[in-house]
Ligand binder design. Structure first.
Ligand code: NI
Length: 252
């Protein structure tokens, strides 16, 4: 009954044992999983995994941290992959000013070109934004498109502005961390109709597994925390976030 909107079963940490992790997820009532690409090879792997399981979908895209040497040919390949019926969105794409590896101009250029590709094919976009919420916001406002703020860690105020321009908020492990005041405020203040849940595994394992290898089944802990903060039944959190994700990704 859970929809995990963002995993990296395509990462080296999880890929080799993906069957085991997928079995764990099924045992924990995870009904849908999205595998997110972050560069060309991980995007191809995401599509490959989505073709193996009917309840797994892929996104393809080049992340701001991986776009240093991205060429027009690479973007053409992303565009071709995007047209595979198992691919439900373009991402993760965006801006990341936390790491300094790629110039901001290059990040913005590759981000914009991928927004344009997504719009051409009418697919939503999955956004990675770190220490760059204002620049990301102005580019997305300009884009006038739709998508998901993945692993959202910004303020309540900013979340409301994103929602106004067609973006939903996906919460990951940090919402479960004891001292994570801001994510908990976002979970409390933002209406359940605009929330989704994810693990971003293998990173950011939720409490009580913080620091350990994260896996798709742990999305249950994100739902549990949101239910607690909102004083809702966990079944309702699961049902509504699943509905939100299916609507965004166009899954029947
Ligand atoms: Ni990710």
């Amino acid at each position: 009954m859970y929809f995990n909107t963002h995993t990296h079963l395509n990462s080296d940490e999880l890929y080799a044992n993906r069957d085991i992790f997928i079995q764990h997820a099924i045992a924990s009532n995870v009904e849908y999983i999205v595998v997110a690409g972050y560069d060309l090879s991980s995007s191809k792997r995401a599509v490959e995994i989505a073709c193996e399981y009917p309840f797994i979908y892929a996104t393809v895209g080049i992340s701001p941290n991986d776009c240093k040497d991205t060429t027009e040919d690479d973007l053409n390949e992303i565009e071709t992959l995007l047209q595979n019926p198992r691919v439900v969105a373009l991402g993760e794409i965006g801006l990341d000013y936390y790491w300094d590896d790629v110039s901001r101009d290059k990040q913005k250029d590759i981000f914009q070109k991928q927004i344009d590709i997504a719009k051409r094919h009418d697919k939503p976009i999955v956004i990675h934004a770190r220490d760059a919420y204002e620049d990301t916001y102005s580019m997305l406002k300009q884009a006038a498109h739709r998508g998901i703020m993945h692993c959202y860690s910004g303020s309540v105020e900013m979340a409301k502005r994103y929602i106004q321009i067609g973006f939903e908020i996906s919460l990951a492990g940090p919402v479960t961390f004891k001292n994570a005041k801001v994510p908990k405020m976002v979970a409390t203040e933002i209406g359940i109709d605009h929330l989704m849940i994810e693990t971003d595994c293998p990173y950011l394992a939720p409490h009580p597994f913080r620091g350990k290898l994260n896996e798709p089944a742990n999305v249950v802990y994100i739902a549990q925390e949101i239910a607690k903060l909102k004083n809702m039944e966990i079944e309702d959190v699961a049902r509504i976030t699943t509905f939100n994700a299916k609507r965004m990704f166009g899954i029947k």
